[in-house]
Design a protein around this ligand. Structure first.
Ligand code: NAD
Ligand code: WQD
Length: 340
C-alpha cells in the first residue's frame, strides 16, 4: 500500500516513515526541505533496510502533486508539511497561512481529482485554545488559539469537516498531538531545530551538549504544584505509531466516511521543573537554569484525555519519561549539530 507522506523528512515525519516501513507500507515522501534534511530519510533507510521514494516539492505545487499521485498510485496521505514555530507565525503570518492552509487546500484538491480518500492530518492540542479546560476531550468545541500557527490548524480542521460534507467519500483523521519529544532509540534520527530552539526539550538537550549556556524557565508563578507550566509530553515513536494505528483504523473501517479527531498524548501533565529533573536523572548531566517572567501566550496547564485513541485505535503511549530523556540525549550527544 503506497502512502504519501508530506513533510516526511521532518522530525515527526521521519519517525513515522520509519514506523510505516517497519509495518510493511511503501512510502513516498514529499517535502520541500524548508525545515529538514534528506539525511533523515537516508538514515531511516539504513535503520529499516527499506527504500523511501523521495520527491522534493512544495505542497502548494499542484502540478507536481498531481504527477506524483498519478505516478505512484497513492492509496492514502499523511500530511505533516507545515511551518510550526508559534512565535514566528506572528511575525510572518501570511507565510504560515500560505504554507499550512493553502498547502492543505492544494493537497485536498489534487487528492479529490485523483480519487484519493484517506487523509491523516497533523493537528495540535493548540486547537483547543484558551477556552477549554484540561484534560482536553475531542468533543470540545474548537477554541481560538492566540497564534496564527494555531489558527492554521483550526482552519484546516474546519476545511476537512466542510470538505467531508461536499465529498462524501472522504475519510479524514485529525490527530491532535500534545508535546512530542525524544528520538528513535538508535539515536540516528531526532529533532534538528534550526537556530535557537523554541521548544523545551531541544533547548535542554543543547544546554547539555554545551551549545547553550543555560536554560531559561519561562515563569514559576503559574497556578500549578511547582509554579511552572504542565504539558503532556509524549515520545515521538509513540506518536509515530499513532499514525500507523490511525491508518490501520481507516483501512479496517471501509464504511467510515467523514472526519474523526483523536488526541495523541499520555494523559499526564509534567511540569518544566520536573522535565529538567527527569533529564538530569536520566543522563547524569546538570542543567543550569534561570527563571524568567512568563512567555507570552503560554497556557498554565494542559494534557490529553487520550481514551478515544486508546479505545478506537488500540493505541497507547507506552514509553515513559526516562526513556524520552535517554533517547533525546542519545540523539543529541551523537549528533551535536543535528544532520549537518
Ligand atoms: P518539522 O518542521 O520537522 O516538519 C515539517 C516538514 O514539512 C519539514 O520537513 C519541512 O521541510 C516540510 N514542509 C514545510 N512546509 C512545506 C511545504 N510547503 N511543502 C512541502 N514540505 C513542507 O516539524 P514537525 O515537528 O515534524 O511537525 C510536523 C507536523 O506536526 C506539522 O504539521 C506541525 O504543525 C505538527 N505538530 C507538531 C508538533 C510539535 O511539537 N513538533 C505538535 C503538534 C503538531
Ligand atoms: C513547553 C513548556 C514553556 C522553552 C508548542 C506549541 C504547540 C505544539 C507544541 C505544534 C512551556 C516552557 C519552553 C524554554 C521554557 N506545537 N519552556 N523554556 O509551548 O507547550 O507547545 O509546541 O503544534 O502548538 O505551542 O511547547 O516546548 O515550547 O514549551 O521554560 O526555553 O516549556 O514555557 O511551559 P508548548 P514548548
Amino acid at each position: 500500500m503506497n502512502v504519501l507522506v508530506t513533510g516526511g523528512a521532518g522530525y515527526i515525519g521521519s519517525h513515522t516513515v520509519l514506523s510505516l516501513l517497519t509495518e510493511g507500507y511503501q512510502v513516498i515522501v514529499y517535502d520541500n526541505l524548508c525545515n529538514a534534511s534528506e539525511q533523515s530519510l537516508k538514515r531511516v533507510e539504513a535503520l529499516t533496510g527499506k527504500t523511501v521514494t523521495f520527491i522534493q516539492g512544495d505542497v502548494n505545487d499542484k502540478t507536481l502533486l498531481s504527477s506524483t499521485f498519478k505516478q505512484h498510485k497513492i492509496d492514502s496521505v499523511i500530511h505533516f508539511a507545515a511551518l510550526k514555530a508559534v512565535g514566528e507565525s506572528s511575525q510572518i503570518p501570511l507565510q504560515y497561512f500560505q504554507n499550512n492552509v493553502s498547502g492543505s487546500l492544494s493537497l485536498l484538491e489534487i487528492m479529490a481529482e485523483n480519487q484519493i480518500e484517506k487523509f491523516i492530518f497533523s493537528s495540535s492540542a493548540t486547537v483547543y485554545g484558551e477556552e477549554n479546560q484540561a484534560p482536553y476531550v475531542e468533543s470540545y468545541k474548537l477554541g481560538s488559539p492566540s497564534s496564527p500557527y494555531g489558527a492554521t490548524k483550526v482552519m484546516v480542521e474546519r476545511i476537512m469537516n466542510d470538505f467531508a460534507i461536499a465529498m462524501p467519500s472522504f475519510k479524514g483523521v485529525s490527530l491532535r498531538y500534545f508535546n512530542p519529544i525524544g528520538a528513535h532509540e538508535s539515536g540516528q534520527i531526532g529533532e534538528d531545530p534550526k537556530g535557537i530552539p523554541n521548544n523545551l526539550l531541544p533547548f535542554v538537550a543543547q544546554v547539555a551538549v554545551g551549545k547553550r549556556e543555560k536554560l531559561t524557565i519561562f515563569g514559576d508563578d503559574y497556578p500549578t504544584h511547582d509554579g511552572s507550566c504542565l504539558r503532556d509530553y509524549l515520545h515521538v515513536m509513540d506518536l509515530a505509531e499513532g499514525h500507523v494505528a490511525a491508518l490501520q483504523w481507516l483501512n479496517n473501517n471501509p464504511d467510515f466516511y467523514g472526519v474523526e479527531a483523536f488526541n495523541l498524548g499520555t494523559g499526564t501533565g509534567t511540569s518544566v521543573f520536573e522535565i529538567v529533573s527527569a533529564f538530569e536523572k536520566a543522563t547524569d548531566i546538570t542543567i543550569p537554569f534561570e527563571v524568567s517572567p512568563r512567555r507570552a501566550g503560554d497556557l498554565p496547564a494542559f494534557w490529553a484525555d487520550a481514551s478515544k485513541a486508546n479505545k478506537a485505535l488500540h493505541w497507547q503511549a507506552k514509553r515513559d519519561l526516562t526513556t524520552m530523556m535517554k533517547d533525546t540525549w542519545r540523539w543529541q550527544s551523537a549528533n551535536p549539530n543535528g544532520y549537518e
